[in-house]
Write a protein that binds this ligand. Structure first.
Ligand code: ATP
Ligand code: MG
Length: 577
């Protein structure tokens, strides 16, 4: 391909809205162009990368036995109402009506559509197991679309759905996809680590997310370097030793703590460490107040809390509700005799048996000290649970080594769904006794467009992108330095055709530009191999070949006739391509 015949527009300026490196490079290299917030057009170079990632996904899906179909983006509301997700999806789902006032969603995902399809096509156990997938545009009205393709309103997702006769079969399908995902990301040149994750309201609780570890990641990951335990902070656990403080003989006593509301303020005021305190927060949970107590130096994990309470809606209660429930304003509330004696109080498991703590007194401007949770509060034994967010240095739940906290970009997720969707749709098969049984499902997503950008985030330097060979827009760029000199242009052209004939996609930079400009663009876009063909170089002995990731000292000069072999070797294709 000739540079002047394609459409490449690199930018010198960094786009104003780009906060992270991969977003800047994506736009500067001209791979995509922003159309509006969270909406991008893929330009020819970006399109090539997207197509290569899709090709890898398709090959690995086929190897895993999954069948490709394509389902409509426009999904009738009835399907979503069948599972109750028409309401549950809330504002995240784009909704519209046709001229007859029928309601639709622009698919944010497709469990409903695929369950509906499976119900229609599967009748006998002989057709199972079945895994079907699509690579289709998805739409989500994200609260904060940002970071380019990382969190956009419209994005390309590969979504697969498995249907099995029983739990063993579903387990097998799950791990088949899990391993296929490992292969997909490895082939994209991406280091993506599987981490245990929270299943949200998807069904069964078994789920792994695949994360690209990067500072720009939006998710926190608890990581054990010793045993390999890795979990999203939403789900991560720690080994807690039950507190065995000596029984506190003294009875609770009020301490005036005027104006000291936060744990940091009271602990400063009283001269005690934050872990001497119990942090108490009142949540509005499906219309009712629930008090949540955690150690003073820890934060509430709302995902765990929601799951523990089996709540649909959960948020911090507003001021008036806090006052009514406890008798005090936030900052002075605690688990000892709140105004509403019937309010449920739950506490982090690490507080079980805690003695001699300081809690809010349910009276503005006061705290209570010498509090024994067992003696002085009405917290039931069953209301102690793991409710906090893991911190760096906490003990790994498997091997007790110190956990680290890393940042991750979620590029894919695999879920066991159980019968949540098949039940809603009555998606059944007949077993060999002709009895109807629900299919056991799994679902598996890869953010194809997010993966494209995650590759850049993981693989770049100060000059630009370092594409892994497998997904580079072109694997080779030929820098034609003297496009006006016929014999030089001829050599470049011969080399291009020879490489293309060996299956190596090649672009020839035939622009009338200074070499510096051309090299800068090539580095910015990040073609893995650069071949320089110029009159001066040829007179001095040949063409220059250099890998993008290596410095100038590694540049090789070869005779034009040896260039194809040298490029192939550079690409690790030594003679076989
Ligand atoms: P996130 O937690 O980042 O919002 P999610 O867990 O809601 O993502 P899934 O429903 O698991 O997303 O979708 C499958 C994959 O689609 C994700 O692993 C991610 O790679 C990708 N994805 C999800 N939302 C977006 C988005 N707004 N923009 C780009 N890719 C996305
Ligand atoms: Mg996910």
């Amino acid at each position: 391909m000739k540079w002047t015949r394609t459409l490449i527009q690199t930018l010198r300026e960094t786009p104003a809205d780009a906060e992270i490196e991969s977003h800047k490079l994506l736009v500067r290299a001209g791979l995509v162009r922003k159309v509006a917030g969270g909406l991008y057009a893929y330009m020819p170079l970006g399109m090539r990368v997207l197509a290569k990632i899709q090709a890898i996904v398709r090959e690995e899906m086929a190897a895993a036995g999954a069948l490709e179909i394509v389902a409509p983006i426009l999904q009738p509301a009835e399907l979503w109402k069948t599972t109750g997700r028409w309401d549950a999806m809330g504002a995240n789902m784009f909704r519209l009506r046709d001229r007859a006032e029928h309601e639709y969603a622009l698919g944010p995902t497709a469990e409903e559509v695929f369950s509906f399809l499976a119900k229609g096509v599967v009748s006998s156990y002989r057709q199972l197991p079945l895994t079907i997938y699509q690579i289709q545009w998805k739409f989500r009205d994200e609260t904060r679309p940002r970071f380019g393709l990382m969190r956009s309103k419209e994005f390309l997702m590969k979504d697969a759905y498995s249907f099995d006769v029983d739990a063993d079969g579903a387990d097998k399908s799950y791990w088949t996809m899990y391993h296929a995902y490992e292969k997909v990301f490895a082939r994209c040149g991406l280091k993506a680590v599987p981490v245990q994750a929270d299943g949200g309201d998807m069904g069964d609780s078994t789920t792994h997310e695949f994360h690209v570890l990067a500072d720009a990641g939006e998710d926190g990951i608890a990581w054990c370097a010793k045993c390999g335990y890795a979990a999203n902070l939403e789900r991560a656990e720690r080994a807690t030793s039950v507190v065995s403080s000596a029984p506190c003989a003294a009875l609770p006593e009020e301490v005036a703590t005027p104006g000291a509301r936060t744990i940091a303020e009271v602990s400063g005021f009283m001269g005690l460490g934050e872990d001497a305190f119990v942090k108490s927060l009142v949540y509005a949970v499906d219309g009712k107040c629930v008090m949540v107590c955690v150690p003073g130096d820890r934060d509430v994990n709302e995902v765990k809390l929601k799951r523990f309470l089996g709540a649909k809606e959960l948020a911090l209660a507003d001021n008036s509700a806090v006052l009514a429930a406890t008798g005090a304003n936030a900052g002075f509330v605690g688990p000892v005799k709140p105004a509403d004696a019937a309010m449920r109080i739950v506490a982090d498991v690490s507080l079980k048996g805690a003695e001699g703590r300081v809690v809010g007194a349910n009276k503005d401007g006061f705290h209570l000290r010498n509090v024994s949770l067992a003696r002085d509060t009405a917290i039931a034994g069953a209301d102690y649970a793991d409710l906090t967010i893991v911190k760096a240095g906490d003990a790994c739940p498997h091997c007790a080594a110190a956990l680290e906290i890393k940042r991750g970009i979620e590029v894919g997720q695999v879920f066991k769904l159980g019968v949540k969707y098949s039940k809603a749709f009555n998606a059944v098969y007949k077993n060999d006794n002709l009895e109807e049984k629900l299919m056991i499902m799994g679902c598996y997503g890869i953010g194809v467009s997010r993966t494209l950008q995650a590759i850049i985030e993981q693989s770049h330097d100060k000059d630009g992108i370092l594409w892994p060979d497998a997904v580079a827009p072109y694997r080779v760029v030929i820098e034609l330095l003297d496009p006006g000199v016929a014999e030089v242009a001829k050599i470049a052209e011969t080399l291009e055709s020879a490489l293309e004939a060996r299956g190596v996609d090649t672009i020839v930079d035939d622009r009338e530009e200074r070499p510096g400009v051309k090299f800068k663009d090539a580095d910015l876009i990040g073609f893995p191999v650069r071949v320089v063909v110029g009159a001066k170089g040829l007179a001095a002995g040949g063409v220059e070949i250099k890998r993008r990731c290596e410095d100038k000292s590694k540049t090789r000069v070869v005779a034009p006739g040896d260039a194809v072999a040298a490029v192939l070797e550079c690409l690790g294709l030594g003679g076989e391509a």
